[in-house]
Design a protein around this ligand. Sequence first.
Ligand code: NAP
Length: 309
Amino acid sequence: MNRKVIIIGSGPAGLTAALYTARANLNPLVFEGSQPGGQLTITTDVENYPGFPEGIMGPELMDKFRDQATRFGAECHFKHVTKVNFSEPPYKVWVADECYTAETIIIATGASAKMLGLKSESELMGYGVSACATCDGYFFKDKKVIVVGGGDSAMEEAIYLTKFASEVLIVHRRDEFRASKIMVERALNNLKIKVAWNTVVADILGTQKKGVHSVMLKDTQNDKTREEACDGVFMAIGHIPNTDLFVEALDADQAGYIFTKNGSTATNLDGVFACGDVQDNVYRQAVTAAGSGCMAAIDAEKYLENLHG
Ligand code: NAP
């Protein structure tokens, strides 16, 4: 059966696009991917999503998004898309050897925060380890936190965290920052921020019950390690948009973020729309992703109306 809409991805952008296209009677099919619910499922409390004054757990919020979309007829499948062919409509999407076709595609595959790859890092994610200061900074009032990275994100996160934390230690693997001069100046002029140069995080110590209590830092010049007490660790070593499937078909910037036309979610291909973090490396918030998911649904609906008159 040729579908009207296939949505790839199930974070706030994908599931909002599902809700809106379902309510427009377009019977969307959603492929949720390998992390159903997206990045919010690896956070704990979400306190900045409007409408939840007491806060809500990330996984619970995403379950509500899904429930709302399926209530209006969106079909959500816990399946991972393995291949696409957008050379001509109807567009083709494969899950292993099953092929699905649709007149429009909404891409909402998001981005993934880069991680160091430590076992303790994944175990303590959401329990003292975070990849989003805007989301989790508030939980570190008067605490000491570590920010890993030397780019603009690391500077921005470190500066933001000084609103809450008593001390922020930026841990950077080299002896100079990659970040822009103005951001570096701002960070270095902030009395709450200190820097550990030529240093990497070798391990994060803590438990899911009690949170993080320290990190093992390694000096990259002499390989010496030392334990540094802290209450939280923020990864700011970059994000990777999940666009491997689309590199051939869609225009993207150097980092892989899909280009969308100004004020719209249209890509370079008619009938293919992109929303959420896969096309946004600036705001990266659940609420902005949800907003652009709504835009993608409306754009797809208009496109189909024009197609069928
Ligand atoms: P980025 O510029 O790629 O910087 C990543 C940083 O993390 C680099 O300092 C890098 O070290 C370090 N790093 C990467 N992998 C690492 C690892 N495995 N272990 C330890 N350190 C590691 O990423 P970003 O800071 O997220 O910025 C992405 C883009 O968004 C940039 O173009 C940036 O300018 C832009 N941005 C702009 C603003 C702003 O203007 N307000 C804010 C945020 C982001 P090395 O330096 O040694 O490679």
